[in-house]
Design a protein around this ligand. Structure first.
Ligand code: 5AD
Ligand code: SF4
Length: 419
């Protein structure tokens, strides 16, 4: 049987796109390989959001290109593939096919062109996962000043409801219990008047879908209707990922984020009131051009006040073609990294204490997979976003078990099931 190996960089949208390509290839008889050596196709799905991400992807692609043998094909997909196009083939000899992120909408045809369908090849797709991703929107219209995504992924548009529902039912038939709905800004979903809360409530009625997550929420579009929808059904995970990026209003305005820190704090207050045990997580960017030391402190104080369960934290990296790339960058690399280290230290301590505060609490854990190193330990996730290790039977994978957290080891809860 032909084999394919994937290396996926970047966000969950890329994970979902790799999965879609995997499904299409499996219809042609390809099976997933856990090593690039000897695979018929090696696919590198790339990210452009920071320069370091592109560098990492390029060095992996070059490594794969050097090791190619026996007719192996090397495909590059994702945001960097979109940004650089076929120039990538000249930059790195050995790349056979470049599929930009925007081609995901017609990926079936792209794969047909690359590999004419072979009717005789049996479809093979057996996934043992219990949780998966389904995009509900593509592209982004927000043009945050630092961000390359609108340029590479193109205009924002919502995927028609019936296609989302079909994708969900397909996943459920494969044994998936939990779906994370994806979009750069899910809160602006709009399909023929159906908004995001309407979409979620309708999807919550699909049989067999046991837990629903979504990401990413943009603070400018997060509404009370959305929070009420999440609070209304036990199917919704109590986790909201809502990037605030920076604490100072001047920087937020320069970033073109279209909200103030006061508005953000108001949203957090509303979420805490309606979903008291919610895990709130965020993306935070430090060292945006002209950010002063005092403005960075405003980011720290927001972090201290909100107490995110976890956060993705980044030092600003200029991206060619974005609005911010044309701004004078006044902050040295050293200063940016010093700010990032300080922020990470503060957030790590908050994460540790939030996990510690969960000890003794009742959890609803979706069991996802076995932890490789330990025979008896199974991994799962609570209704929020916390990682949980629990002892259970293999037949219980995919079930939601009631458990009590008995210990925290930093960023993982150890739990005991409740009978
Ligand atoms: N530099 C650093 N981080 C960035 N992000 C987006 N663009 C950049 C950039 N140019 C971060 C933002 C966003 C997350 C996905 O990546 O915090 O929310
Ligand atoms: Fe980038 Fe802003 Fe769009 Fe997110 S909302 S993808 S940060 S432009």
């Amino acid at each position: 049987m032909p084999t394919v190996y994937f290396q996926t960089f970047g966000c969950q949208m890329n994970v979902a796109d790799s999965d879609t390509i995997h499904q299409l290839l499996s219809q042609r008889g390809f099976v997933l390989s856990d090593s690039p050596d000897g695979s018929d196709i090696v696919i590198v799905n790339t990210c452009s959001v920071r320069e370091a991400a592109e560098k990492r992807a390029k060095s992996r692609i070059a490594e794969f290109a050097n090791k190619k043998s026996g007719g192996q094909k090397l495909w590059v997909t994702g945001c960097m593939a979109q940004r650089l196009g076929d120039a990538l083939k000249e930059q790195i000899r050995g790349v056979d096919l470049v599929i930009g992120a925007r081609q995901m909408e017609r990926i079936g045809e792209v794969i047909d062109e690359a590999l004419p369908p072979d009717e005789s090849a049996p479809a093979v797709f057996n996934k043992s996962a219990v949780t998966d991703f389904v995009p509900v929107m593509r592209g982004c219209d927000n043009y945050c000043a630092y961000c390359i995504v609108p340029y590479v992924r193109g205009r924002e548009h919502s995927i028609p409801y019936h296609l989302v529902e079909t994708a969900v039912k397909e996943k459920i038939s494969q044994g998936i219990k939990e779906i994370t709905f994806l979009g750069q800004n899910v809160n602006s979903y709009n399909f023929e008047g159906m908004d995001f809360p309407d979409l979620l409530l309708k999807l919550a009625e699909v049989n067999g879908l046991e837990r629903i997550r979504f990401t990413t929420s943009h603070p400018k579009d997060c509404t009370e209707k959305l929070i009420d929808a999440i609070a209304s059904s036990n199917k919704f995970a109590t986790h909201i990922h809502m990037p605030f990026q920076a604490g100072a209003d001047r920087i937020l305005a320069l970033m073109n984020r279209k909200y103030t820190s006061g508005h953000y704090r108001g949203l957090i207050e509303m979420i805490r009131k309606k979903i008291p045990d919610a895990d709130i997580t965020s993306d935070i960017l430090v060292g945006f051009p002209t950010e002063s030391g005092a403005e960075f402190k405003e980011t720290l104080s927001l972090v201290n006040d909100v107490r995110f369960t976890t956060a993705f934290m980044f030092a600003y990296s200029p991206r060619e073609g974005t609005i911010a790339a044309a701004m004078k960058e006044e902050i040295s690399k050293e200063e940016k990294h010093a700010r990032l280290s300080e922020l990470i230290a503060v957030q790590t301590e908050i994460t540790r204490s939030i996990y510690q505060e969960s000890v003794g609490k009742e959890l609803e854990v979706l069991i996802s997979g076995k932890q490789e190193k330990r025979d008896e330990a199974w991994m799962g996730q609570d209704k929020g976003c916390k990682r949980v290790l629990i002892s259970c039977a293999s037949a219980e994978a995919g079930m939601i078990l009631k458990a009590r957290a008995i210990k925290s080891s930093g960023m993982t809860l150890i739990a005991e099931r409740m009978l």
